[in-house]
Design a protein around this ligand. Sequence first.
Ligand code: AMP
Ligand code: TRP
Length: 326
Amino acid sequence: MTRKTVFSGLQPSGNLHIGNYLGALRNWVKLQEEYDCIYCVVDLHAITVPLDPVEFNTDRLEAAKVLIAAGVDPERSLFYYQSQVPQHTELAWILGTITSTGQLNRMTQFKDKADRAGSNLGLYSYPVLMAADILLFRADAVPVGEDQKQHLELTRDLVERFNHRFGDEFPMPEPIIPDKGARVMSLQDPTAKMSKFEPDESSRILILDDPDTIRQRLKGAVTDSETEVRYDRAEKPGVSNLIEIMSLFTGASVESIEAEFGGGGYGNFKEAVAEAVIAGLAPLRSNYKELDDAEVARLMQRGALDARTRAEGFQQAVRKRVGLAG
Ligand code: AMP
Ligand code: TRP
């Protein structure tokens, strides 16, 4: 039986945080056991907000290294930079011709980012490029955090529209959204998701933060005026977020964390969460230090070459469907 295909992407905009790790990355790694996985550092998505080119180039390599250090295995999975595989943008153009601007106008991520960074055509058509990423290799499943649900819906609508108009070409991709960790919240405003783009650095823990920074961030995490460590997303969003983070890093259940720390006050609890995060990220940190930049760059080149070859076969079928062959 042929294995199903998984595709996912991550923007290399620096500031990779534990939300990216718990919501997406960790699952990417596990899925490699069962699926034919394609993981892409989506640099063309990242440049839809203004970035310093020199810094960006470094961040892009750093993201590739973090993914490898976390367990994305370039020997098992197809792993490359999006910009090195031009079939992504070609398919995005074709899909753009069947995307309604009305639907793009409703994308909440576009509205959020346009409010903060200013609007541009790339930011507006971002979800179409994402649909092309997913459909290029005919992915069956897409592991993402909850914030990407709306983009997945658009992708699914485009599959229906394309297949209806041009014949059955694309399988319907299913999102894989984890039950826990799909929405890790900001440490400073636990009603907002932890984000790369939030100016306040104390709102997040970066995957590569050193142990002291992690302790400091958790010590300063916003909780509430009570003292009881109890899981209640509505009434105690800050404490609940910390419980969830601890549970994800240690594997302990929410109930057992409540039982252990319930009456002990927030200070103790935050220290224990910090130690759990530090221990959970330690293997990744040490793998990261072992990686050689030139070797990773070489792996990315090889990945791009494989991806271009594989994408071209699929893309020829699309060109034929829409009358662009020959
Ligand atoms: P991005 O940082 O936007 O490229 O997102 C990369 C992946 O991380 C996507 O699958 C997101 O859904 C996921 N993600 C981003 N922020 C969070 C968060 N705060 N909690 C859980 N998952 C997240
Ligand atoms: N838009 C996604 C994010 O911000 C990143 C992304 C781009 C992606 N293309 C993708 C995720 C394809 C899954 C599949 O997180």
